[in-house]
Design a protein around this ligand. Structure first.
Ligand code: NAD
Length: 355
């Protein structure tokens, strides 16, 4: 399979090396707005480079991976759908809610498969939590804690096009909460603060955010995200039920140290980045995308799934701005998926922890 990769910044260069190592992939061709960067990454990794995106799309690729800056996702996804090229697109689908809704409807009217990059769906810990909830092992779920704490901020130029902390970071938690619990979000209350670099406030963003989500069965979720977690990259989930509690990410790489006397756990060292934390999940995700592109499986994360996570982030931004509870009924949604569309999503737990 020949895979085209658009965008070779932080995550794109990382995806290039993952893709090149997959059995299903014969060739990876990279392109970037910065063609010198594309050439450099191609040379470093022994891949080929296209001079620009149009050349890449016309080069007879079997599938496309979009890892450009967020603002370029939507136009590239439209181009790929028009050309009938199966596409993996990094989250978020688009920079705005209107564009995400439009792309949901476009993707669902097309036969071309689209897989959105929420890699936690391929992490064994989250998959086991999903299975435990679906099997009833935890009893009735009362509370969930989800967090995305980056060790350090991305480069300053990333922030103005990122969509803000809820659309960029917490959106992973919003997706995985749906995936693990099988429930939809009913309402949110969110806030955020800046105590770090000035470029967050300059972009109208915050460096730390907190949200309380009420799910449609009354489960309460707290979701926090920060760009400053000096103790290490910290991504976890705790699911608290009437019968048992389960934690995802509670291992020797946990970015926490105990204040209790004589407690040696965790042995460390903590993860330093999201690439390290989710190395296996990113590989499993792109392996699954090759199966999607070859028509062997349906998309494991549809544009509509991504839309639901994005709508939650949108509600959080509204709540933060207006300092009030926001009902998800206030947030526009796509029209119902056409009957028989393989792009329609269901939050019902079904996947087993065998990925
Ligand atoms: N799933 C995850 O865990 C995860 C992690 C990090 C980033 N992301 C997503 O991946 C995307 C890229 O993030 P990043 O951290 O690599 O950003 P980055 O700024 O490091 O890299 C973005 C790259 O896209 C290129 N680019 C911008 N516009 C382009 C265009 N029109 N055509 C071709 N190339 C273009 C830039 O030149 C740059 O090289 C973002 O949308 C982000 O939300 C996902």
């Amino acid at each position: 399979m020949r895979i085209g990769l658009a965008g070779v910044g932080r995550i794109g260069a990382f995806h290039a090396s993952t893709l090149a190592g997959l059995d299903a992939v014969d060739d990876v061709i990279v392109a970037d707005l910065d063609s010198a960067l594309a050439e450099r990454v191609a040379t470093e990794q022994g891949l080929s480079a296209a001079s620009d995106i149009d050349t890449l799309l016309a080069s007879g690729i079997d599938a496309l991976v979009i890892a450009t800056a967020t603002t370029a996702h939507a136009p590239l996804l439209r181009q790929a759908l028009a050309a009938g090229i199966p596409t993996f697109c990094e989250k978020p689908v688009a920079a705005s809610l209107d564009e995400t809704i439009a792309l949901t409807e476009l993707a669902e009217s097309s036969d071309t498969p689209v897989h959105i990059g929420f890699q936690r769906r391929f992490d064994l810990g989250y998959l086991r939590a999903r299975d435990a909830v679906a099997a009833g092992d935890l009893g009735t779920i009362h509370a969930v804690r989800a967090l995305t704490h980056d060790q350090e901020p991305p480069h300053a130029a990333y922030i103005p096009t990122s969509g803000g902390i809820f659309r960029d970071c917490s959106v992973h938690d919003f997706d995985i909460v749906r995936f693990v619990t099988g429930r939809e979000v009913d309402s949110v209350y969110a806030t955020g603060e800046n105590k770090g670099a000035a470029f967050f406030a300059a972009a109208g963003d915050v460096d730390t955010g907190a949200a309380i989500l009420t799910l449609d069965d009354g489960t309460l979720v707290t979701a926090t995200s920060t760009r400053y977690s000096g103790g290490g990259h910290d991504v976890r989930m705790e699911v608290m039920g009437s019968a048992a509690n389960l934690a995802v990410g509670l291992d020797d790489s946990l970015a926490l140290r105990s204040a209790e006397e004589g407690v040696a756990f965790p042995a460390g060292p903590p993860h330093a980045s999201f690439m390290q934390r989710f190395l296996a999940a990113y590989r499993a995700e792109l392996t699954a995308f090759c199966d999607v592109a070859a028509g062997r499986i349906a998309s494991p994360c549809t544009v509509r799934d991504a839309l639901q996570a994005f709508r939650t982030a949108e509600a959080c931004e509204l709540s933060r701005a207006q300092r009030r509870l926001v009902s998800m009924r206030e947030i526009p949604n796509a029209s119902a998926a056409p009957a028989g569309s393989s792009s329609s999503s269901s939050p019902t737990p079904a996947t087993k922890a065998t990925a």
